[in-house]
Design a protein around this ligand. Structure first.
Ligand SMILES: *[C@@H]1O[C@H](CO)[C@@H](O)[C@H](O)[C@H]1NC(C)=O
Length: 137
C-alpha cells in the first residue's frame, strides 16, 4: 500500500514534470514542405548577419527555427539552421536562398524572403504567395 502510494505520487510528479518542462516538439524538416511566401526588408537577422535586399536570403518560421535539430535555444546565432539553403518553387519558378533569420509572424513552413529572392518567384506587388513548396538542400 505504501509502495503503491509512493509509486503513484512519483508517477504524478513525472507526468507533471514532462508536461511543464517538455521541450517544444520538433517538426519534420525533410521532404517537400509547404507554406506561404512573403517578403520583407532586410536588416540584422536572427543568425547575426546584416543582410541587404539584394541577397538571396530567407527567414523561416519561428517554430521551425526554434525546434531545428541541434539548436538548444539560447543565442540564435548558434542555430545550425543558419546558413542552410532552401529551394522553393511557386508556379513554375524556383529560387534558392540562405536561411539567416527567424520569422515571428510565420506559420511553421512559411518562408519570408528578401525582396530579391521573392522576386524570383513572383512580383513583389503580389505580396503573399499561397502554396510555396520547398525543401532544405
Ligand atoms: C549586399 O550584400 C552582398 C553580399 O554581402 C554584397 O555583395 C552587395 O554589394 C550588397 N549590396 C548592397 C546594395 O549593399
Amino acid at each position: 500500500m505504501l509502495n503503491l502510494t509512493v509509486h503513484s505520487i512519483l508517477s504524478l510528479f513525472v507526468a507533471a514534470a514532462s508536461t511543464v518542462f517538455a521541450a517544444p516538439q520538433s517538426v519534420p524538416i525533410t521532404g517537400i514542405l509547404s507554406g506561404q511566401g512573403t517578403w520583407y526588408e532586410q536588416g540584422l537577422g536572427a543568425c547575426g548577419f546584416l543582410e541587404n535586399d539584394s541577397e538571396f536570403v530567407v527567414a523561416i518560421g519561428h517554430t521551425l527555427f526554434d525546434t531545428y535539430p541541434g539548436y538548444a535555444g539560447g543565442n540564435p546565432n548558434n542555430n545550425p539552421v543558419c546558413g542552410r539553403t532552401v529551394t522553393a518553387a511557386y508556379q513554375g519558378h524556383t529560387v534558392t536562398a540562405t536561411v539567416l533569420d527567424r520569422c515571428v509572424g510565420c506559420d511553421t513552413y512559411d518562408l519570408d524572403f528578401s525582396p530579391a529572392a521573392f522576386s524570383q518567384l513572383a512580383p513583389q506587388s503580389v505580396g503573399r504567395l499561397l502554396g510555396v513548396e520547398w525543401v532544405f538542400n
